[in-house]
Write a protein that binds this ligand. Structure first.
Ligand code: SF4
Length: 378
C-alpha cells in the first residue's frame, strides 16, 4: 500500500497517517447477512439492500458511506481496532456471516413488505450493494486466511442470491466498480434470474488518470466499460451510474462517457454530481497527494459554489444527453438537501422553474426489462 497522508476530523495528520499505513483489517463481522429496507428517495434504484461487508477495500476517497460507518458503527468497529471509521475508510472490511435462519427471515420480510409503504420506483429490487462493493477484493495480510475469507465471501453471496431467486419474486440490481463480478460463476448466477436482474457499474468518466486518483483500487474505467459489454453479451440487462461526476470532469469527458455507455446499451444512465459527505473532501485532498493532479475542490468552498457546480453538472448532462442521443435514458439524481437549501435559493435565478425541474427529475422511474413505467410506478 502506498504511504498516505490524511487529515481527519478526530485525529491529527501524523496520527491519521500512522493509522492508514497499518495493515488492512479483514475479519468476520458480528451481525449476519440480511436484506434490509433502503430509503433511496428520488433515485428509482431499489427498495431493499444486501451488503455483504462492513467497509470496502476499494476505499475511494470520495465515498459517502463512511458517514454511516462513522455515525452508527463507531462503537462496534472499535472492537476491530478501527479508531476513526471515516479516516480509515478502505482499511477495514468485515464480512457478514451467513446464517440461513436469519437470512430467510429477512427475505420473507422483504418479500411481504407492503407495496404501499415502498418508495416511488424502487422496482421491488434488492440492491447488491449500497454501503460496500460486494465484489471488491478481500485483503488480509495472511494469504491463506485471505483465500479462505474470499471463498467464504463468494459462497455466502452466491447462497443469498440463490435464495432470493428461488424463494421470492424480488428483483435484484447489482452495482459494482469491480470486474471480479464477471467471473463465470457469478455471470451464470446473474443470468439465471432472467429479467429479474439488472447489472450495472459506476463509471464517472473514461479519463484513466483522473479515475485512478479518485478510485485508486477499483477496476480502471475502460475495463468497467468492457465489463458492461461482457454483461450485455451474456444477455444481462445493464445500467450505468455516471457517478459521481467529479468537478474535474470536462464537458468533453462527459460527452465521451455518455456516448460510450449509450453505445454499450445501458438501459438507464443514472447521473449525479459529487456530494460533500463526512470527511470526503479531506480524503480526496489526501488521496491525490503524489498523483501530480490537483483536484478541483474549489467547487466546494462555499454552499453557493457547491450548488452552482451541481447545477452545471446536471444541466450540462441534460444538454450532452440530447447531443449524444441518450436523453430518453438519462436519469438525474439532484440532491434534495442541497438543491432546496437556503444557499440554493440565493443563487438559483428562477425558483419556480427550478422546483418544477427538480420534481420532474425525482418523478422519473428508471427502466426495468419487461416492464413499462406504469407497471413499476409503486
Ligand atoms: S466502491 Fe463504492 S462503496 Fe466502495 S469505496 Fe468506492 S464508492 Fe465507496
Amino acid at each position: 500500500m502506498k504511504t498516505e497522508t490524511l487529515v481527519c476530523s478526530t485525529l491529527s495528520a501524523p496520527e491519521a497517517t500512522v493509522l492508514m499505513n497499518r495493515a488492512p483489517i479483514c475479519d468476520m463481522w458480528n451481525h449476519p447477512l440480511a436484506i434490509s429496507i433502503t430509503r433511496f428517495k428520488h433515485k428509482s434504484l431499489a427498495d431493499f439492500t444486501l451488503n455483504n461487508h462492513v467497509g470496502c477495500s476499494h476505499g475511494c476517497p470520495a465515498c459517502y458511506v463512511p458517514e454511516v460507518s462513522a455515525r452508527k458503527l463507531r462503537r462496534f468497529l472499535a472492537r476491530y481496532a478501527v479508531v476513526d471509521p471515516d479516516c480509515e475508510w478502505g482499511r477495514y472490511q468485515l464480512l457478514r456471516p451467513f446464517r440461513a435462519k436469519e437470512f430467510l427471515a429477512s427475505l420473507k420480510a422483504a418479500k411481504y413488505y407492503p407495496a404501499e409503504k415502498l418508495l416511488h420506483g424502487g422496482h421491488r429490487a434488492v440492491m447488491v450493494s449500497t454501503t460496500t462493493d460486494a465484489f471488491a477484493p478481500v485483503c488480509h495480510p495472511d494469504r491463506t486466511r485471505q483465500a479462505e475469507l474470499l471463498a467464504y465471501r463468494d459462497a455466502t453471496l452466491t447462497q443469498a442470491l440463490e435464495l432470493i431467486r428461488d424463494r421470492s419474486d424480488l428483483n435484484v440490481r447489482v452495482l459494482t466498480r469491480s470486474n471480479y463480478a464477471m467471473r463465470p460463476g457469478f455471470v451464470e448466477l446473474f443470468r439465471s434470474f432472467g429479467q429479474r436482474l439488472m447489472f450495472g457499474t459506476s463509471l464517472p468518466c473514461l479519463n484513466h488518470e483522473l479515475v485512478r486518483a479518485y478510485e485508486p483500487r477499483a477496476t480502471p474505467p475502460r475495463a468497467r466499460l468492457e465489463m458492461l459489454a461482457q454483461a450485455r453479451a451474456a444477455g444481462l440487462a445493464t445500467f450505468v451510474a455516471v457517478a459521481p461526476v467529479y468537478p474535474d470532469v470536462t464537458d468533453d469527458e462527459l460527452r465521451e462517457v455518455m456516448t460510450a455507455v449509450g453505445d454499450a446499451g445501458g438501459m438507464t444512465i443514472f447521473l449525479e454530481p459529487l456530494h460533500v459527505r463526512a470527511g470526503n473532501i479531506e480524503r480526496i485532498r489526501a488521496g491525490f497527494a503524489g498523483t501530480g493532479i490537483t483536484p478541483k475542490l474549489d467547487a466546494f468552498k462555499s454552499a453557493g459554489e457547491t450548488v452552482l457546480y451541481a447545477m452545471r453538472v446536471l444541466k450540462g448532462a441534460e444538454r450532452i444527453a440530447i447531443e449524444t442521443g441518450v436523453a430518453d435514458r438519462l436519469h438525474l439524481w439532484p440532491d434534495q438537501e442541497l438543491l432546496e437549501s437556503a444557499a440554493a435559493r440565493k443563487v438559483i435565478p428562477d425558483w419556480d422553474a427550478h422546483t418544477a425541474w427538480l420534481h420532474r427529475c425525482w418523478g422519473r422511474i428508471s427502466e426495468w426489462p419487461g416492464s413499462s413505467p406504469a407497471e413499476v410506478a409503486t
